[in-house]
Write a protein that binds this ligand. Structure first.
Ligand code: PLP
Length: 235
């Protein structure tokens, strides 16, 4: 598939339509589910097309690859989100190039983020905690345990950082019922943690190309779409 501004715009519209339908048939209200365009493996040019097509959130899963594109295009072009695993040695570049880190799953990474931002009086990135709702070993994220996550949120808050919500990757190749229950679990964890910690945790980032309608029906505030918008990846 050739990627163009028109093709991406059409796919964005289709994604929104499908989500509205899924939310309505689940008995919910059509609200505002944001679409993050996940541009990993695609060149900076494709990021530019996505923005022209109306995407205002861009997701990348590698600091060096994503950072290169951000610097080529300018950081003000869109809201850039880091959605992949992060090493402590990459935090400096990540907070320089990305507005959000959505894949926080280690307290030592959080403390490095705090050291590089709040402790220097600089703006902190938006932060989401990643939760491994499916329990698959190959997945990143904290176990879906409210008590453990409450402690983590306490530790991170103590560093002066603010966490805005949770992210998960649904189980791959699972039935719709299993996928939905992973997303429902993330929503319930959010509700429970928000109550226990007194932090709103308004963001629920869940749903990718194969399962974003299910995620929308379960209350996602953001879905992360790569292949649905751009076709097969380049590597
Ligand atoms: C690649 C990726 C996506 C997008 O995946 P698609 O299946 O192409 O939509 C979403 N979230 C994360 C964390 C990813 O790594």
């Amino acid at each position: 598939m050739d990627i163009s501004v028109e093709s991406v715009r059409g796919n964005l519209e289709l994604a929104r339509e499908l989500m509205d339908r899924a939310i309505r048939s689940a008995g919910g209200e059509n609200g505002t589910v944001r679409v993050m365009a996940v541009t990993k493996t695609h060149p900076a040019e494709v990021v530019g097309m996505a923005v022209k097509a109306g995407a205002d959130m861009i997701g990348e899963n590698r600091v060096s690859e994503g950072g290169r594109k951000v610097r080529a295009l300018g950081r003000d072009l869109a809201e850039f989100h880091m959605i992949g695993p992060l090493h402590t040695g990459e935090v400096r570049q990540a907070v320089r190039d990305f507005h959000w880190i959505d894949s926080l799953d280690r307290v030592d990474i959080a403390s490095e983020i705090a050291r590089r931002t709040v402790e220097k009086g600089e703006e902190q990135p938006g932060l989401l905690l990643e939760v491994n709702t499916s329990g698959e070993d190959s997945k990143y994220g904290y176990p879906p345990d409210a008590a453990e996550l409450e402690d983590v949120l306490g530790d991170i808050g103590g560093m002066g950082l603010r966490v805005s919500g949770l992210l998960t990757v649904g189980p791959l190749g699972a039935s719709d019922r299993e996928v939905r229950s992973a997303f429902a679990l993330l929503r319930k964890l959010r509700d429970e943690l928000a109550g226990r910690c007194g932090i709103p945790l308004e963001e629920l980032s869940m749903g990718m190309s194969d399962d974003f309608q299910l995620a929308a029906a379960e209350g996602a505030t953001t879905v992360r779409l790569g292949r649905f918008l751009f076709g097969p990846r380049r590597r």
